[in-house]
Design a protein around this ligand. Structure first.
Ligand SMILES: [Zn+2]
Ligand SMILES: [Zn+2]
Length: 419
């Protein structure tokens, strides 16, 4: 016992390593008022599974709750693999696999006498999340997930459970589809200041699903979540301020501010929209290089509109050296992600990439594989002006190759799309 109290008085330094394990990962600010249930990891925050909109953590071995910041630090350490933090209370290491997490949670919930209500709710939420995502189970089981969320939402009044159950109602997974039931559950979690619920209810208000349509109410809810650091909410808030719809006055300063906050968290939609503000010089001095940088970040995250916009920057030589070949590659990617304008953009690049008389090599042609590897000359006929074909060497008639791969017979220039 004496040993335990001594441990509490002397918290290890941040980054201190004992037996190959890092004991603390961050230095908390002193608390204004002592928390009701101190997190054992930092002692200055609530040991809740939902603190200030950040999901907290739980030791699946003993059920102890940690604050959101400690949970994030442990998650990071788990990703690094070598530095697995032990639970401060039971000294068990963080589980290494989903299977291990799953069997620990099952064990925890078969003997709940030593846990308090919040710990039981958190364990049910964590297990429900695994069922919903098929982690640790052979396949997703939405019915079991909804059952566990319902229990935690009702018995524990747990805002994370209410929000996730609301989401299942919104999408009709494991429970009947109902926007109004989703809105009711989100509302119960919004009262407790849970950021995910604020964002989700904001979306329902924006679209008028299960609640009255109201951009102003969406703005109010997004702001609550955004001020807690929720990137999705920051991004949507930026859009509302940018567009100034439904009684909301356009405010480019606010749009810029919220896009920046979300972009700093690598949220692709915000990176793309912020890029467009820099490209157009809207609400900020025009800066095409900065626009390209932001488009590139979002494009790398698979954002189709950002890819399209970046392709346009390359095609026009704005903020970057003009390069039709790179532009066409990027447009192909945007088109494959279903971006509507990308096909037209490719068509308009075609005559720039290929001129009559340019030597090409056929590559990757699926419908006529026997033509692959053959060389030819881009050719047009008087009968169909503007429609380019490829006259293969040795062939008697030109072969029209459309929508497949050709390669320019120039060093290292690959063209991935031809009309
Ligand atoms: Zn903590
Ligand atoms: Zn533990």
């Amino acid at each position: 016992m004496a040993e335990k109290s001594e441990e509490k008085e002397t918290m290890p330094e941040v980054g201190a390593v004992v037996d190959g394990e890092v004991l603390r990962f961050w230095e908390p600010e002193p608390a204004a008022s002592p928390p009701e249930h101190p997190c054992p990891g930092c002692t200055v925050r609530e040991d809740t599974a939902w603190h200030a909109g950040i999901d907290g953590g739980q030791c699946f071995k003993c059920g102890q709750l940690y604050c959101g910041v400690c949970a994030k630090a442990a998650e990071k350490a788990r990703a690094l693999k070598e530095l697995l933090p032990p639970c401060v209370v039971c000294k068990a290491k963080v589980g290494e696999t989903a299977d291990e997490d799953f069997s620990r949670l099952i064990g925890l919930l078969t003997d709940t006498d030593r846990l308090d209500t919040r710990q039981v709710s958190a364990a049910k939420c964590n297990l429900a999340y695994m069922y919903a995502n098929g982690a640790g189970t052979s396949k997703p089981d939405h019915n079991e997930a909804a059952r566990l969320y319902s229990e935690a939402a009702a018995e524990g009044d747990d805002p994370r459970a209410q929000t996730n159950l609301g989401f299942m109602h919104e999408h009709g997974k494991g429970v009947g589809q109902s926007y109004s039931e989703a809105a009711r559950l989100y509302g119960a979690a919004v009262v407790k200041g849970y950021a995910n619920a604020e964002f989700n209810l904001g979306l329902l208000h924006e679209d008028g699903l299960g609640v009255d349509q109201s951009y102003c109410e969406a703005l109010r809810l997004y702001t609550l979540a955004a001020e807690q650091g929720d990137a999705k909410a920051q991004s949507n808030l930026g859009v509302l301020y940018m567009e100034g719809c439904g009684g909301i006055e356009q405010n480019l300063d606010q749009a810029l501010r919220y896009y920046k906050l979300a972009a700093e968290q690598a949220f692709p939609n915000a990176q793309c929209n912020l890029g467009s503000m820099y490209a157009a010089g809207e609400g900020v001095d025009a800066d095409p290089e900065e626009a390209c940088r932001l488009y590139r970040l979002a494009a790398a995250n698979g954002h189709a509109e950002a890819q399209f916009s970046l392709g346009c920057m390359y095609a026009n030589g704005t903020g970057v050296d003009q390069n039709y070949s790179t532009a066409s590659r990027i447009f192909v990617s945007a088109r494959d992600l279903g971006y509507a304008g990308a096909t037209d953009a490719l068509h308009s690049l075609y005559p720039l990439l290929f001129a009559v008389g340019v030597a090409v090599k056929v590559v990757g042609l699926a419908k006529a594989p026997q033509l692959n590897g053959q060389h030819g000359i881009v050719w047009t006929s008087a009968a169909a002006p503007g429609r380019l074909s490829v006259l293969l060497s040795g062939a008697e008639k030109p072969v029209a190759i459309r929508g497949e791969n050709l390669m320019l017979k120039q060093p290292d220039v690959k063209v991935e799309y031809v009309v």
